[in-house]
Design a protein. Structure first.
Ligand code: PMP
Length: 466
């Protein structure tokens, strides 16, 4: 860690934080007796806290974000140059980086056409929800306003995105929610008994899981359902890849009932799953809306995008004499040029350094290491994920699949922290059942980094579970 801050400066930072900062997600009571972790510096895969302790960050900024790693000078320079030239103008007008990044992004997304800039994943999802509602009014006489979302998926922290939230623990005490959001079942093979489908496996299970969505559509009335919103690989709900056969059947169902498909790439987007730029591209999905945020600029600037097809775009300019015809929406900071300037460099880095390929190779290595840990630790019930987006589910018994107590999962997370590796926990579908350890190292990870992460997990599991 560099020496620009002395001990006095750092203790002032800690006191100011404790006195005035309201941290996200966490309970503050423990900070009355202890200190919050304050991250002072980052370089590559590593970060340093206020005590000078070094960590390998195995979760890219805690929430799968810093895909190209910390301390990228070329992103900083691009943002600096851009904001000195032109920092902000509302997106009612255009800007150089907004045009160039949209062009580059669309090159990576065949079939898609238009980029709507905003500044968080929640907001990008809200924009798509608003478009679906407006399309219902424009095209279907005010019907087709319902938006289906899936158990275990997460789409954001605002009230409408929480209304589409499949993780109950996050929603408790925040209701009532917005109307016309309807939940469909998850598609997780490891927990297929919850769906009454434990007699099926592989492709047959995938098709049957998708058919459960059709049952909900028929129950609600297809003429009332406008869109289906899904994560390509569920992130915070437990790192869940859909089974074989699922996506083809989902798309058939959407086509049959004239339902728009909204893919939430906030976590998977921009390389996280390896080989492809986006998660949906692994599965032959042809979406109508794609939303993305975290990895778009790897956290160097706040930027999120909602991307649609030309067909959707055309619906919003078919009747120019009608004042209500267009999408009457704005996001103030969607006009910040720092976002697309950073996003352009971020994408260039991924291309020039071959990070999609590295992600695939290192993801395979990490999955191999985690599978080896499964042989050693009975507590691991399942290893899953794609690219450098992986999770292991901890269960008391591999036959009953009863989740381990959440406090033990958090003890493993804490133990890894003490060993100098920051990992995460996922699965907020049922309160108190946060039993998945989650990993999303930067796409620059080396074999040594991956081995160091899985060695720490091995040691932590031994310490907590024996
Ligand atoms: N969708 C998914 C899949 C997410 O994981 C998240 C954030 N964790 C969001 C949407 C919301 O993004 P944001 O926090 O930027 O609003």
């Amino acid at each position: 860690m560099d020496g620009t801050l002395n001990e006095n400066d750092l203790s002032r930072v800690v006191s100011a934080d404790k006195a005035h900062v309201w941290h996200h997600l966490v309970q503050h009571k423990p900070f009355e007796t202890g200190d919050p972790r304050i991250i002072i510096e980052g370089k590559g895969m590593r970060v340093w806290d206020q005590n000078g302790k070094e960590y390998i960050d195995a979760v890219s900024g805690a929430v799968w974000t810093v895909n190209v790693g910390y301390g990228r000078e070329r992103i900083a320079n691009a943002v600096r140059d851009q904001i000195m030239k032109m920092c902000y103008f509302a997106q009612a007008a255009g800007s150089i980086p907004a045009a160039l990044f949209a062009e580059k992004l669309i090159e990576k997304m065949p079939g898609m056409s238009r980029v709507y800039y905003t500044n968080s994943g929640s907001e990008a999802n809200e924009k798509a929800f608003k478009m679906v509602r407006q399309i219902a009014h424009k095209k279907y006489g005010g019907k087709k306003t319902k938006i289906l979302y899936r158990e275990r998926d997460y789409h954001g922290s605002t009230l409408a995105t929480m209304s589409a939230g499949g993780q109950d623990e996050r929603n408790m005490q925040y209701g009532p929610f917005a109307p016309d959001f309807v939940r469909v079942p998850h598609c997780m093979e490891y927990r297929k008994h919850e769906l009454g489908l434990d007699h099926l496996s592989g492709r047959e299970f995938g098709i049957a899981a998708a058919n459960q969505i059709e049952e909900i559509i028929l129950r609600e009335g297809p003429e009332t359902v406008g869109a289906l919103c899904l994560e390509p690989v569920t992130a915070g709900g437990g790192v869940i890849e859909a089974p074989e056969g699922y996506w083809d059947r989902v798309q058939e169902i959407c086509k049959q009932y004239d339902i728009l498909l909204h893919i939430d790439e906030v976590v998977c987007g921009v390389g996280r799953t390896g080989t492809e730029w986006f998660g949906y591209q692994h599965y032959g999905i042809k979406p109508d809306f794609v939303t993305m945020a975290k990895g778009v600029a790897s956290g160097y600037a706040a930027i999120a995008c909602m991307v649609t097809t030309e067909e959707v775009f055309e619906l919003f300019k078919s009747n120019p004499s009608d004042k209500l015809d267009h999408f009457r929406d704005i996001s103030t900071f969607g006009g910040c040029t720092a976002g697309p300037a950073a996003a352009l460099e971020n994408m260039a880095i991924i291309e020039e350094e071959g990070l999609l390929e590295n992600c695939t190779a290192m993801g395979a290595r990490m999955k191999g290491n985690l599978n080896a840990l499964m042989e050693k630790h009975d507590i691991i019930g399942d290893v899953r994920g794609k690219g450098l987006f992986l999770g292991i589910e901890l269960v008391k018994d591999r036959t009953t699949k009863e989740p381990v107590d959440e406090k033990h999962v958090m003890a493993v997370v804490a133990e890894c922290g003490a060993l100098g590796v920051i990992i995460g926990a996922a699965n907020r579908s049922i309160p108190g059942r946060n039993n998945v350890l989650a990993f999303s190292p930067a796409l620059i990870a080396t074999a040594d980094d991956i081995d160091a992460i899985t060695d720490a997990v091995d040691q932590a599991l031994t310490k907590v579970f024996g």
